[in-house]
Design a protein around this ligand. Structure first.
Ligand code: CP
Length: 320
């Protein structure tokens, strides 16, 4: 097996492309690094000088509210210069290739690219191109590629779980909904299994689960009530209709009846179970408003922790 392309020759993280294959100590190191950055966000002056003078380019070829904004806030809190390329108004629409765009931004002395793309593998392609052209001091962060990976979301989900539950080693985590199309689910599963969570469950109709889901080290349930029984953490997923080819469900209403999180279904989890959702939420499709806004929901704290975790990711890879 070749060297992990996101680690340098010393085994340090130089790009963040996926949580798959990332050593536990690297993941834990990022979570630990994020801890003090949470308090930076609570100060009157929310800035530290760690990335002063660095140029960070946000390249979002796909829509985003949380990820794009929190990466921008995180970079600004690290004192970096942030450039948000407006993809719709860029020369991509005139046929410029992704790698030509990257070469041109490198000619402007870019230090880091934060990339969201609908094609799985686009951030890997950029990282390989930078390595092949000797630009080993330029970093790539995957902000979500197709249905493949969303590693910074996985890390902020892990941070949130650790914040509320302290230890992964005796946790039951249930991930519910459209696992098949979810890069969030894939990244969280890799992170949880690497950190030793003993019981990771996925709950979905067969049409919304990957064929070889068991190979990911999870238990699959089609009955939501059975899957939620006794769990510590419930992670709800959006139906990703933009990635669905053909009808995989009878209707959103039917989906909510069987797989929507309501207060009576949540009552089957542990009394102190937390409810998470990466966003964007579709209320009344995968989650009832009473649960989304209820006292066990940590959906908005996830967003806040996302800033500190993204500060940790960017300062770690630039520092390495
Ligand atoms: N969780 C997440 O990736 O949300 P956005 O699509 O708004 O960035």
């Amino acid at each position: 097996m070749g060297r992990n392309p996101q680690l340098n020759a010393e085994g340090k993280l130089t790009h963040l492309l996926t949580l798959e294959g990332l050593p536990a100590e690297v993941i834990t190191g990022i979570l630990d690094t994020a801890d003090p950055f949470v308090s930076v966000g609570e100060r009157e002056v929310k800035k530290v000088p760690l990335l002063r003078g660095k140029a960070i380019f946000n390249l979002f070829f796909e829509n985003s509210t949380r990820t794009r904004t929190t990466f921008e806030i995180a970079a600004k809190r690290l004192s970096a210069d942030v450039i948000n390329l407006n993809i719709g108004a860029s020369s991509t629409s005139k046929g410029e290739t992704l790698l030509d765009t990257i070469d041109n931004l490198c000619a402007m002395n870019a230090d880091m690219f934060v990339v969201r793309h609908s094609e799985s593998g686009a951030p890997h392609l950029i990282a390989a191109h930078l390595a092949a052209t000797g630009r080993t001091d330029v970093h790539v962060v995957n902000a979500g590629d197709g249905r493949h990976a969303h590693p910074s979301q996985g890390l902020l989900d892990l941070y949130t779980i650790r914040h509320y539950k302290r230890d992964f080693r005796d946790l039951s985590v249930a991930i519910v909904g459209d696992v098949l199309h979810s890069r969030v689910a894939r990244s969280l599963i890799h992170g949880l299994t690497t950190l030793g969570a003993p019981d990771v469950r996925v709950i979905a109709p067969a049409t919304l689960l990957p064929a070889a889901v068991g190979a990911l080290g999870v238990r699959a349930f089609h009955d939501m009530r059975a899957g939620l029984a006794g769990c510590d953490v419930v992670v709800m997923l959006r139906l990703q209709s933009e990635r669905m080819k053909g009808a995989l469900l009878p209707s959103p209403g039917e989906f909510f009846k069987h797989y929507g999180l309501t207060a009576d279904k949540l009552a089957l989890a542990k009394p102190d179970a937390i409810v998470m959702h990466p966003g964007p939420m579709n209320r009344g499709v995968e989650i009832d408003s009473a649960v989304a806004d209820g006292e066990r929901s940590v959906i908005l704290p996830q967003v806040t922790f996302g800033i500190a975790v993204r500060m940790a990711v960017m300062s770690t890879i630039a520092g390495n």
